[in-house]
Design a protein around this ligand. Structure first.
Ligand SMILES: NC(=O)c1ccc[n+]([C@@H]2O[C@H](COP(=O)([O-])OP(=O)(O)OC[C@H]3O[C@@H](n4cnc5c(N)ncnc54)[C@H](O)[C@@H]3O)[C@@H](O)[C@H]2O)c1
Length: 268
């Protein structure tokens, strides 16, 4: 199933803006970075390992006529995150759109078997990484008096859980509550903070479903719309929240899951 980015609807909506997308080398982050550039923003991305993916995203941003910058940075590390922002400020400008998409998944490990390292890595990447980037972004925005938009990628698993994913669900529920609290704290500065809760999206995080049609088919049977979502479809929500059309949203979590999280009553 092909889906198109909605950036043509938002042409020039983000002219003059500077965006940072963590995890912009892959999946939802890469699609978001491209969509933001198509809508007029200069875009920096943070990546951990995938240099090829980072270069591909930058090439797509530049093909939109926008400035691109890829920085290798670990969102778990306070100094690296702060340093990345400083470099972006020097090279492109002050970030006024932040998309926290960097994340990992530990699905399939029950709590009894979960190591401290796995728990800690999960929480540090998805939750602490979001905190570190958001805090640095807000400090700079408050200093300059600029408005901004922060968009955190949570998950439907912040609300609906499954066995074997306690660390992921805890991290994503944390992202949701962090989003709501921060939204209250910075509303007076004209900074909006929202989250997006995707269901099953075809990215490397769902590699088996990407690779094998039978896995896709079986998993799709639980999704009312009958198919997984695409990274571009999530990027469309990012674009909406970053654009003036999303100006009155703050502290919200927008679910995009084809209805998957509403299937709980099936066994009732
Ligand atoms: N794919 C889905 O079905 C789905 C569903 C709900 C939520 N999400 C969330 O969406 C976000 C993006 O995931 P995706 O599906 O695009 O997967 P992905 O694996 O394609 O992207 C994950 C990105 O996180 C980056 N990353 C991981 N650890 C990092 C670190 N320590 N420092 C910097 N970058 C790091 C990677 O470089 C990669 O770009 C994640 O937060 C994920 O939890 C995905």
């Amino acid at each position: 199933m092909e889906s198109k980015p909605a950036s043509s609807m938002f042409a020039h909506a983000l002219d003059g803006r500077v965006a940072l997308v963590t995890g912009g080398d892959s999946g939802i982050g890469a699609a978001s970075a491209k969509a933001l550039a198509d809508a007029g923003a200069d875009v920096a991305i943070i990546y951990l390992e995938d240099e090829v993916g980072a270069h591909e995203t930058c090439a797509a941003i530049e093909a939109s006529g926008r400035r691109a910058l890829a920085l290798r940075s670990d969102v778990r590390e306070e100094a690296e995150v702060n340093d990345a922002f400083t470099r972006i400020e020097h090279i492109i400008g002050k970030v006024d759109i932040l998309v926290n998409s960097a994340g990992i998944n530990t699905y399939g490990i029950k709590v009894v078997d979960l190591s401290f390292a796995q728990w800690s890595d999960m929480l540090h990447t998805d939750l602490t990484g979001t905190f570190l980037a958001a805090r640095r972004c807000i400090r700079a925005l408050q200093e300059s008096g600029k408005k901004g938009a922060i968009i955190n990628i949570s998950s439907i698993h912040a609300d609906v859980v499954r066995s074997g994913s306690a660390a992921y669900a805890s991290a994503k529920a944390g992202v949701k509550k962090f989003t709501e609290t921060l939204a209250l704290e910075v509303a007076g500065d004209g900074i909006t903070v929202n989250a997006i809760a995707p269901g099953m999206i075809l990215t490397p995080m769902n590699q088996s479903a990407k690779d094998h049609w039978i896995v896709r088919k079986v998993k799709s049977e639980f999704i009312p719309l009958g198919r997984p979502g695409t990274p571009d479809e999530v990027a469309n929500v990012v674009l909406f929240l970053a654009s003036p059309a999303g100006d009155y949203f703050t502290g919200s979590t927008l679910t995009i899951d084809g209805g998957l999280s509403k299937m709980l009553a099936l066994g009732a």
